[in-house]
Ligand binder design. Sequence first.
Ligand code: PRX
Length: 577
Amino acid sequence: MAAQVYSKKDKKFPVLPNLADYEKLHAEFNWSEASKELDWFEDGKLNAAYNAIDRHAKGDRKDKLALIWEGAKGEKKQYTFLDLFKLSNKFANLIKNKGAQKGDRIFIFLPRIPYLYTAFLAILKNGSVAGLLFSAFQEQALLDRLSDSGAKILFTNSELAKRVEGIRSKLPELKEILIVDTPEFENELAAQPDSFETVKTDPSDFAFMLYTSGTTGKPKGVVHHHYAIVAQHATAKYVLDIHDTDIYWCTADPGWVTGIAYTILGSWSCGVTSFIDEGRFDPSRWFQKLQDYKINIWYTAPTAIRMIMAEGEDLPKKYDLSHLRHILSVGEPLNPEAIHWSIKTMGMPFHDTWWQTETGCISIANYPTMDIKIGSMGKPFLGMEAAIVDDAGKPVANDTEGNIALRPGWPSMMKTIWQRQEKYDSYFINNWYLSGDRGYRDSDGYFWFIGRSDDVIKTSGERVGPFEVESALVEHPAVVEAGVIGKPDQARGEVIKAFVVLEKEYLDKVKTTEEAQKLKDELSQYVKKHLAGHAYPREVEFIDKLPKTRSGKIMRRILKAKEMGQPVGDTSTLEEY
Ligand code: PRX
């Protein structure tokens, strides 16, 4: 079936888009030219935080608002680039005095408060490596990340610090926990000078790391270097279409890569004023913010969009959205209905963008001036080569399903997987980086998403590894073993479903439906409490036996096929089931 196209031909943009002619720029673009938009120190040194904030604070944008913040209780604060420069310098002095050195891992476990952002900037200015922890994480998720990275200092608040107390003794390398909402911290911070000599890092020095999930094993630490800002800056300019006069809102939390690349690094590097909302998602409240803060560019995610759509077409119409110019989405497939809906209710289409924690920047995108083939992720970013390849890394013909791959070498490609070189190496084949996603390219060069090639789950846009959830479940005394899958869900993309084999004595206890439901709820809550609030199974099913290969690997694809009522496919490697 031919794709529906949203033509941009006669569309007027209130401000000229940065990119007028994709095909031309794509042919001409090169990274060495693009990197000149950044401020480099002598001898080819580059610091990403310097480029995000310091250079503006030292130049014409010093009194320009960098951050407009609204707290969860409606508190309001504003910071200019100069304010953020000074405050992050104080943070940098503070951690330096605590012994933080170049290359040390310093983690942040905070809600979206201004100190999260200044701590992040300070860590980079000091040449240390910033690690981010999503505020929904519980003990097990925190322990996995803090111990694997050997984190030395942790920024958190009094509320979240409680989750670290029980694991502290298992973290011998964690020397200091800084609780930012205490008078002691405020006093210590106030005593720091507001100037700091930003470390002149090499472009290839590590800047930040994020743990992310695959099919097997615990989450892995994806490490990015300072040079990544070259790609984050360029994508913020050409895909997000950031202009100096814009007010921009990216709804992502910096516990995930989007909140780092496009709230802190690429977007501030372009000198934009960012709105940051600490509060939770709520459709009407979000529209109120779009109106009140006169947002021009809005970068959000499909689950939020679907939940907004569920409120009905009248919702956007109640608000003055006349400032809105460009709206985008990332993280999961953007359904065509969402685009039709936004055209109808807001007069403009959502622009889908595709990328990953590992790619560090938007890699395939619908550009402001490019026609949208509704349902497609768009075309590769300027200077990037994307292809569909087979399992041997050989490009396949147009319109043929295969692995979505990128040619290595763009500036924000992950630098390494923390202390797991073999894992890093496993991403590459035949000089292609394999994303783990399946898709196809059509004859016009547009890329279309099909699904994951592995068992990684995307629930409400957040990436969850089944192994982590299975590991959390088997910690519960009732569970012998568990197999976890992502089950398609209209609102959340996928929900987590766990198939659980019970211990004999528990089996005897769940004779009635009510008893069974009680235990199912208990297991869900157990994962929520021990692993993470967003990673708990919404559905639990008791099962006698899990399908496994003869070597003992859980066959999640069989669980999924059965759940979906689909044929189970090749079962020749399966142990008797
Ligand atoms: O499966 C793809 C999906 O999200 C994965 C990456 O997740 P994460 O590392 O958490 O980064 C998300 C934000 C950058 C991808 O492998 N994904 C991301 N964008 C899209 C998508 N799936 C379909 N369409 C997209 N636009």
